[in-house]
Design a binder for this molecule. Structure first.
Ligand SMILES: O=C(O)CCC(=O)C(=O)O
Length: 279
């Protein structure tokens, strides 16, 4: 359970470090499951498993050309569909209770999960982005993600970086740009930012088994991994109970949506992982 001060910190900064919530054994169990899925040994399959850096969007051709062929960020979307252990992780009682506090919601559904694995030396960057503009089918922008490290995530192996307060600037309506020398974010047209907004990124180092929370409008990105250590993590993107489906844009999870436009986004592919009895 989060304290009142922690909830206020999240509201103001848009991200928050939580507890170490997974034991060594639990982390080992998830790592084994990840290996099983990545080596195609699981009976059921995730929705996607790919090297994120082998596609051009949303990086743009220019950036794609400047990224070396070897750079790799393995992304596995909805590993919970391939692994009971990852499904149980998505329903982790402490994480769900804390996300329920951060979203002020009595119900949570999983929008989707994703592993991001940056291998040693060749692990590529995470380009600066906001999550919600990539999820146009969901309204309003009230989702919160729980990112749990499966290795210590530090600056040298590509921990995420955050821009404090940026979730309060809304959807900035353009791709965030990544400076490929400094891996810091910038905007092509900074005039869209509210007066006084300062783009200052800070590292968000997370210990193995620890959880970090971020709001779906938070500006975030990560350096490449040039260390000799892996950087594996599982993020679960949680929908509070009031999130509705809006038929707009495209997303890989779109194929799983079968509710009418304007309805609460329910369905087997979006399991309820938390429900508090109110009253
Ligand atoms: O793991 C990363 O480097 C990026 C993850 C991310 O963008 C997210 O969880 O929203």
């Amino acid at each position: 359970m989060l304290s009142w001060e922690q909830v206020q910190e999240f509201k103001s900064r848009g991200f928050l470090k939580g507890d170490v919530i997974l034991s060594e054994d639990a982390v080992d169990g998830l790592r084994e499951e990840l290996d099983r899925v990545l080596t195609d040994q699981s009976e059921n399959k995730p929705v996607l498993s790919r090297n994120l850096l082998q596609r051009s969007a949303p990086m743009g051709d220019q950036v794609a050309m400047e990224i070396s062929q070897d750079e790799t960020v393995i992304q596995v979307v909805n590993i919970w569909m391939a692994s009971e252990r990852f499904l149980a992780h998505a329903a982790h009682p402490q994480i769900c209770q804390e996300v329920a506090q951060l979203t002020a919601s009595a119900t949570l559904r999983v929008w989707h999960d994703q592993v991001q694995y940056k291998p040693p030396i060749i692990g590529g960057p995470t380009f600066w982005h906001q999550d919600h503009p990539a999820w146009p089918v969901l309204q309003p922008a009230d989702l919160v993600s729980a990112w749990v490290a499966l290795d210590d995530a530090t600056i040298d192996n590509g921990c995420m970086w955050m821009v404090p307060g940026s979730h309060r600037w809304g959807d900035v309506g353009q791709f965030l740009q990544t400076d490929l020398e400094t891996y810091q974010p910038y905007l092509t047209d900074p005039a869209v930012l509210p007066q006084g907004a300062e783009v200052v990124a800070v590292p968000f180092e997370i210990k193995k088994g620890q959880v970090g929370y971020h709001h779906c409008l938070m500006w975030h990105g990560a350096y490449p991994n040039r260390s000799d250590r892996k950087r594996r993590a599982i993020a679960v993107h949680y929908m509070p109970g009031h999130i509705r489906y809006v038929p707009k844009g495209e997303h890989v999870m779109g194929a799983f949506i079968d509710v009418a436009p304007g309805s609460i986004l329910t369905g087997e592919a979006f399991p309820v992982v938390y429900h508090a009895e109110v009253g």
